[in-house]
Design a binder for this molecule. Sequence first.
Ligand code: PLP
Length: 445
Amino acid sequence: MADLHGLQRAVAGVHAGKLAGDLAGYLESDPAGDLPGHLRGLFPVLAQHVNGAPLAYLDNAATTQTPLPVLDAMRDFELHERANIHRGVHTLSQRATNAFDRAREVLKRFVGAGPAHELVFTSGTTDALNQVAHGLSTAGAGPALLRPGDQIVVSGLEHHANLVPWQQAARRCGATLRILLPDAQGRLHAEDLKRLLTPRTRIFALTACANATGERPPYETLLALAASAGALTVLDAAQAMGHEVPDFGALACDFMAFSGHKMYGPMGTGALVGRRAALERLVPLRYGGDMVAWVTYADASFADLPARLEGGTPNVAGAVGLAAAAAFIDRVGRSRIDVHVRALRAHAASGLAAIDGVTVLSPATGSAGASAIVSFVAEGVHPHDIGTLLDEQGIAVRTGHHCAQPLTDHLGLGPTTRASFALYNTHDEVERLLAGVARATKVLR
Ligand code: PLP
């Protein structure tokens, strides 16, 4: 087993640059070790007490914590390379440009993007999905792709970020929005999608994992069905990237969106990955510096991808941190993280289901797919009260509609309590969650 000195030094505030080496040392000396093991020490924020109890951070579907090697990469950029990109002939600007370009290449490899694909930096999933919905429903040099009478199909599992932009796009173009509704257990079925698809279906938008329920739909099959019917396909990968990274190159997918802060990276970062031919069809949302080729007082012509969709000064340190987060996930091992978070989810789901009056949403997810989320309701107890009681014991969960109000309404459930897991969580923390929920349901009912 690796020794703990590196982590102890880091937590004590010694320069974090050493940590990348410590991480490599740990992984090489214990490549198959159980998670979280020593890796938990790379997340100093977890080593605190909240309300007198050790913090059990189980709100990872909202935001994961960021490890020291990622912070270190951003800090190194800020300390040694910070300058505006693309515009400067000076050395620092060129180094910053190189760092930004390298980050893009790392992320393209991470998601399996090939030569026919491109990656555009965004401020997150919401930004990426809005760029797609806006870009396909707005007239540019030619008419908008979406026309009156066209159809947009969106799954009923979506976060508001992959629904509301499509509502607006449909309104703008006179297109019709159709919802692929889940069954009573919150699952999507290929047969239902087949019934919805028509020759006028232009767009199919789907999540890789429903943030409100933890349901992992068979997105490979559903995307392929929609693509074979001639639709452009959009995958919201926000909840998958931290453990089950979709292989973009292997999917029948035109656009995929994700956020850095849900994959151990910085907040306010993310990306839109797309087939180049599909990205070319997007009318830019942001006009200004860096995205133009030539400008006169009267008109402008636009740069090639990816710059065309990256108007303005980007978050370069954020891009560097996002690439470092991808490298961190790969260094730890995607499948290792996936196995770990699914085991925690299965432990929590079976334990919660055994508590009197508790109903777990999408209970079979753990066996059918790869989800790190468990969402539940307790008869006669408001989720907000459960969340508050858990917080008093240092356990952080999320309560409410999880920005998926139509879904929780459709399932007839209203707000829920959601626990979500990351590589640093432990089975002891799941036991604390179960004890906390059992106590809360007794006290509050
Ligand atoms: N899509 C899903 C499935 C999400 O879970 C979230 C955030 O919770 C989003 C989109 C929006 O992500 P962001 O707020 O990072 O843009």
